[in-house]
Design a binder for this molecule. Structure first.
Ligand code: IPD
Ligand code: CA
Ligand code: CA
Length: 263
């Protein structure tokens, strides 16, 4: 499969950071049994991956701006382009030795996401998408699942935990969705949740309180696989609201209606 120059740049950065994360993940698995636990080690792994991505992308496209989870916003000379990066999405899984985590890199041009790469180094699954060019997992073209009834659908979500608020709202949404679907999954990496929707592994996904770096590449992935994404009000303010609902046209619509129920 021939990839465009920009996707190649992003893939190279993701794979290099992925090799670093994979090495550190091996060590984290050893540290599980130590009393201190792997906490500090994981923060270092996260920062190291971000450094690698920042260095690779700045070398290939000098002047582009960045929005990265650890560094925050980094201005560039080029005001048309911005990289949106989560160097490790699924930190809790990584910390616990669960091999479901990813690197997410998106390129925004004039405020529009035009390219996205999501890489799970533990499973060596590489998701790529370019606006108008389709979405792929490794070399396979992706298409969202065709199921049209919520009652047949398996949907992903995120569940807030200790230290995060909104437990009441999340419980209401879970109650309503569990009563109407064939199953709910909580993978622990929002970028991979969206990649799984693009790949037809999950029929839908919704979550609240996310950041642009969790969402940017995944939104493009779902759309390029023929799916729909919106915020929880059905609009397009996903970054500002931190909310997302995704699926094929029918599942997206039905899921939206279900999570909007007040009680
Ligand atoms: C988290 C993951 C998780 C989602 C959290 C995010 P992080 O990102 O995407 O699935 O439920 O809200 O913060 O912290 O692992 O980069
Ligand atoms: Ca994240
Ligand atoms: Ca992260």
């Amino acid at each position: 499969m021939a990839r465009s120059a920009i996707i190649n740049v992003m893939v190279q950065a993701a794979m290099k950071a992925g090799r670093s994360l994979a090495r550190d993940f091996g060590e984290v698995q050893n540290l599980q049994v130590s009393l201190k636990g792997p906490g500090d080690y994981v923060s270092q792994a996260d920062r190291k991956a971000e450094e690698i991505i920042h260095a690779e992308l700045s070398k290939a496209r000098p002047g582009y701006a960045f929005l990265m989870e650890e560094r925050g916003a980094v201005e560039g000379d080029d005001d048309q382009h911005r990289w949106i990066v989560d160097p490790l999405d699924g930190t809790t899984n990584f910390l616990h030795g669960i091999p479901i985590f990813s690197i997410s890199i998106a390129l925004e041009r004039q405020g529009q996401i035009v390219a996205g790469v999501i890489y799970n180094p533990a499973m060596d699954e590489l998701y790529t998408a370019e606006r108008g060019g389709g979405a792929f997992m490794n070399d396979r073209r992706l298409r969202v699942a065709a199921r049209s009834k919520l009652s047949d659908a398996v949907v992903g979500t995120g569940i807030p935990h200790l230290g995060r608020g909104h437990h009441g709202r999340a419980l209401v949404e879970l109650k309503n969705v569990m009563g109407e679907t064939a199953g709910i999954r909580r993978l622990g990496s929002a970028a991979l949740d969206l990649a799984y929707v693009a790949a037809g592994r999950m029929d839908g996904f919704w979550e609240n309180w996310l950041a642009p770096w969790d969402l940017a590449a995944g939104i493009l992935m779902v759309r390029e696989a023929g799916g729909f994404c919106s915020d929880r009000d059905g609009g397009q303010a996903m970054f500002d609201s931190g909310t997302i609902v995704a699926g094929n046209e029918a599942i997206h619509k039905a899921l939206l209606k279900t999570i909007q129920q007040k009680s």
